[in-house]
Design a protein around this ligand. Structure first.
Ligand code: SAH
Ligand code: SF4
Length: 440
């Protein structure tokens, strides 16, 4: 993702010992899974599964509440900490489940402590990232109460790596590792809640804008949202959850059929197909008009405004033609655009648009009748773009691969800027991900 807001200093607080599994390749591919690694994460049990497991174990039903309290109120990492349970049940839980699916963490702090970026090591060696962002209360001078309450937003990952391969995204360059299991998604939240414990603050918002394409792991993402919004677990209101997608149309339609579960964000980045084919390669399967039509229908059925993310890349998608195309595309919609200056990432030939260009672009889109917000960057000194910490850990790819990547991005964007659609098909990785994840 692109964490946003002003940035200054970096303090590094590593609590992570690099494992050989984690640095094996460009992407930390899962190591062979032992029986212990294969145990499900306890926090990912949804829809009465815990009750069924307890019944099968001959345990009384009230144990479910005690276990949930230990997971969600005490935020335990081990079965040994579940002191309300008898020792034999603790041992059985330990045998059957992983109590915490995150093995180790490395935390980087930026923006004078306002941004905390964490690289999580999972049991099989896969690496994912989450970002905790603090926003103090704000208000106008002279007002007794702040108009904006304090917020603590956590950005989480839904997959290790990503198959979509957007060329400005560090996760995209890593490629696809694997889908996260439900517990691995919600344990990122438990990790952040642990960091906030004792500060008197709590998480107020969760955004699926970390690594991965949530709508290509939709079953688990929906399960995670169900768990996070259940008052017996985390109890976060659906309005405080945002799921961002690069445009998996069948997934958007499935969400529409389910009704308002959370706020939907669409990573648009270009309103014209030739350019979006390059910036978001999934566009070659579901082009702009189909994505926006699905989002429009979602807004109509759920009554919830859709937000559109637009990463601003200098000389690529920040021209007046692009601003006009964007305003025209969304002119009658229940929509809002977030402009995000591109966070610097390695191995792209591109730069972020200047603040002046972003402001001009915003003004032009606004004149076209569409609501726009500009997001300031957050935590650039902590590897702000999601996937960057994992990419750094994976090591520099060979120089010829980097040169080939740059050359390919430049060639494709040249064609796009001339106005022609991409002649390239989906990568085999993305084709496979779409086939297995999109429609179920
Ligand atoms: N795969 C999903 C969700 C994760 S990416 C999606 O693409 O929507 C979350 C957001 O971070 C997306 O809007 C993405 O475009 C943005 N992002 C990725 N790399 C970025 C970069 N280098 N600078 C700014 N934003 C970036
Ligand atoms: Fe990155 Fe999202 Fe594109 Fe995947 S879909 S490569 S996570 S921006």
């Amino acid at each position: 993702m692109s964490p946003t807001d002003a940035t200054d200093e970096t303090a590094v607080a590593p609590v992570y010992a690099p494992s050989t599994e984690a640095v094996g390749g460009r992407h930390a591919k899962p190591a062979s899974r032992s029986a212990k690694v294969n145990r499900r994460g306890l926090s990912g049990l949804a829809g009465g599964e815990l009750e069924r497991w307890l019944a099968a174990e001959g345990q009384p039903a009230y144990r479910a509440r005690q276990i949930r309290d230990a997971i969600w109120r005490q935020n335990v990492e081990t079965a040994a900490e579940m002191l309300t349970l008898p020792a034999p049940l603790r041992a059985r839980l330990d045998e059957a489940f992983r109590i915490d699916t995150i093995a180790e963490d490395e935390v980087k702090i930026a923006d004078s402590g306002m941004t905390e970026k964490t690289l999580h090591l999972l049991a099989d060696g896969a690496l994912i990232e989450s970002v905790l962002m603090h926003y103090p209360a704000r208000g106008f001078v002279g007002q007794a109460r702040p108009t904006h309450r304090e917020r603590h937003t956590l950005c989480i990952s839904s997959q290790a790596g990503c198959a979509v391969g957007c060329p400005f995204c560090a996760t995209g360059e890593l490629g696809f590792g694997r889908d996260l299991e439900t517990a691995e998604i919600v344990d990122q939240v438990r990790h952040a809640a642990r960091r906030l414990a004792g500060t008197g603050s709590h998480l107020t918002n969760i955004v699926f804008m970390g690594m991965g394409e949530p709508l290509l792991n939709l079953d688990r993402v929906l399960e995670a949202v169900e768990i996070l919004s259940d008052p017996r677990h985390f109890g976060l209101g659906a309005r405080h959850v945002v799921v961002s997608t690069s445009g998996v149309v069948p997934g958007i339609r499935r969400l529409t059929a389910l009704g308002p579960q959370f706020t939907l964000a669409i990573s648009l980045h270009a309103a014209r197909d030739p350019l979006r084919d390059v910036l978001v390669p999934l566009n070659r399967r579901w082009p702009v008009a189909e994505v926006v039509a699905a989002a429009r229908e979602h807004a109509r059925v759920t009554g919830r405004r859709v937000s559109y993310e637009y990463v601003m890349i200098s000389g690529v998608n920040d021209t007046e033609i692009d601003a006009d195309a964007l305003a025209w595309l969304l002119r009658d919609d229940l929509a809002h655009v977030n402009l995000i200056p591109m966070n610097p990432v390695a191995h792209t030939p591109w730069q972020a648009s200047t603040p002046e260009r972003v402001a001009e672009f915003a003004a032009r889109v606004r004149r076209g009748g569409v609501g726009v917000t500009i997001r300031a960057n957050r935590g650039q000194d902590a590897g702000a773009a999601c996937g960057q910490l994992a990419a750094d850990r994976a090591g520099e790819p060979p120089a010829p691969a980097v040169a080939h990547r740059r050359e390919s991005i430049e060639r494709q964007s040249e064609v796009a800027l001339r106005g022609s659609r991409s002649s390239e098909s989906l990568s085999s990785e993305l084709e496979a991900a779409v086939r297995s994840g999109a429609v179920r």
